[in-house]
Structures are given as structure tokens and as C-alpha cells.
Design a protein around this ligand. Structure first.
Ligand code: SAH
Length: 257
């Protein structure tokens, strides 16, 4: 993507609580599914943390030391401010790094968390590369765009094949986990509220001021048009796809790494 386009996207998103579909109760639900509680101290990596929606909650709910990783320093700056306000900054280290070149040691973490972000590397590349950072028996909790049905209308099929060809059904995602050293624990589907109330609506509320801030430039309009297309498609086809939240346990190394 062009630099200017990325700068516009950062500006549109930086004030957002969630940079992708998700919700606090769903983050908590995933903690429970993965069997995480305060019974012991945990070392956690939150990869593609954005402005820290999940990071702050993990820090509040668990006895955790969290390394929060993102590619864009602007988002990490927001995260640092939020951590400060919530009194959890001592437990969070913000790391500016790309998720495909993480500087972590083997078996450094008890938990790898990633909401709405692994698609940047591709699901399989991400979960296989991150496997070695987990201790034996460590947990992976990752949300990933998922088909909810075996067949889909052509329009939405083509859109997602273009945007993210690795979109697939949950059964296929489980298989990828199994083939990369994980034993799946379970998954659940993010409800419509995680898309509309928590993600799209706050984003839409920002469209007018965003366009004004950028003097209605053609590039700013393009950014908004792409968002509007995605939102309209979701409203029409929400019964065919969502994010699945997957929890899995590391059972062995990933054979590919
Ligand atoms: N987990 C956050 C953000 C999800 S959006 C939330 O749920 O709100 C995806 C995030 O991945 C963005 O913050 C984006 O900056 C980050 N990202 C994109 N490419 C990345 C890369 N190569 N390495 C690390 N983070 C990346």
C-alpha cells in the first residue's frame, strides 16, 4: 500500500477503541475458553495489538506480564496512554515490530494472543511461526475471519477471495492448527454486535470529520468508499462470515519451522 494511503488509514483508526471486530465480553470469553485465570502468573504476547483493546483487558483480568506488538507506533502511543490511565502500564511493554520478524526467544510465553490481526501474515504463516515462542502446553488465542457456511453467494465469495484468499471454514482452520503443532480447544463466532456496535458504528461516526480533516481529498474519499463497501457487504451477508475466535494448546513444534 502507498505510504499516503496508510497514513490516512492510521488517522482514521487511531482514535478507535477496536481496530477490528471484537468486544470486551468476547475477549473475556476467549480467556475462559483458553483456560486462563489468575491462578498463576502468565507471560503473554499480544500480537497486532493496535490501540490495546485486548491488551488492557488481559492486564486487568489476569496476573500477566504482556508484550504488546504492533507495526504502527501511532497505535502503540494510544495503547501506552490507555495503559497509564488504567493503571496497568507497569505490566505492559509496547514493542514496535512486524509480526513476521518477532525478536522473541523460543518458549518465552505462556500465551500468544492476537485479535483481528493474524491475517496480515496469513493465518497459517502466523500460527506456525509463533508456535516456537510458546512454552510446551502454552495457549494460543487468535481471531480470524471465517466462513460460517460451506457455500456462499458469489458476490461475497469473490470479495473475500480478493481481499483475503485464506478465509475458510472453522473446520479448515482447526486442521491448520492441528497440522502446525496445536491441539484445538474450541472456538466461537463473534456476534453481529462485535462488528456493528463495537467496530463499524464508531468508525462511521468518524467519517465526516475525517473527510473534513483531509479537505475532502480524493484519497480520503477513496479510503471512506472502501470502508463503506466493506460495511454494506457485511450488512448484506453477515450470515455467511464472521470472525471465529480460536483457542488452542501447543502440543509440539510446528513441522514447517
Ligand atoms: N488487536 C487490535 C487491532 C486489530 S487491527 C484490535 O482488535 O483492536 C490489526 C492490527 O495489526 C493493526 O493494529 C495493525 O497496525 C497491525 N498490523 C498490521 N500489519 C502488521 C505487522 N506486519 N506486524 C504487526 N502488526 C501489524
Amino acid at each position: 500500500m502507498e505510504d499516503q494511503f496508510i497514513e490516512l488509514l492510521i488517522d482514521l483508526y487511531r482514535s478507535a477503541v477496536r481496530l477490528g471486530p471484537g468486544g470486551n465480553s468476547e475477549t473475556e470469553q476467549a480467556m475462559i475458553l483458553a483456560g486462563l485465570d489468575r491462578s498463576r502468573p502468565l507471560k503473554i504476547a499480544d500480537i497486532g495489538c493496535g490501540t490495546g483493546a485486548s491488551t488492557i483487558l488481559l492486564a486487568q483480568k489476569l496476573d500477566a506480564e504482556i508484550t504488546a506488538v504492533d507495526f504502527y507506533p501511532e497505535f502503540l502511543e494510544e495503547l501506552r496512554e490507555k495503559a497509564e490511565k488504567n493503571g496497568v502500564s507497569e505490566r505492559i511493554t509496547a514493542l514496535h515490530c512486524s509480526m513476521d520478524v518477532l525478536p522473541f526467544a523460543d518458549e518465552q510465553f505462556d500465551v500468544i494472543w492476537s485479535e483481528g490481526a493474524v491475517y496480515n501474515m496469513g493465518f497459517e504463516a502466523g500460527i506456525s511461526a509463533w508456535n516456537r515462542f510458546l512454552k510446551p502446553g502454552g495457549k494460543l488465542a487468535v481471531s480470524e475471519i471465517t466462513w460460517l457456511t460451506a457455500v456462499r453467494p458469489q458476490e461475497i465469495e469473490s470479495y473475500w477471495q480478493q481481499e483475503y484468499p485464506q478465509i475458510d471454514t472453522a473446520s479448515a482452520k482447526f486442521r491448520v492448527l492441528e497440522q502446525n503443532g496445536y491441539s484445538p480447544i474450541g472456538y466461537f463466532v463473534l456476534p453481529v454486535s462485535c462488528w456493528n456496535e463495537n467496530y463499524y458504528r464508531p468508525l462511521q461516526d468518524r467519517f465526516t470529520s475525517f473527510l473534513a480533516d483531509h479537505s475532502n481529498s480524493s484519497q480520503a474519499k477513496e479510503v471512506i468508499e472502501a470502508q463503506e463497501q466493506e460495511i454494506a457487504l457485511y450488512q448484506q451477508y453477515s450470515s455467511y462470515y464472521s470472525y471465529g475466535f480460536y483457542a488452542a494448546k501447543k502440543v509440539c513444534s510446528s513441522p514447517g519451522v
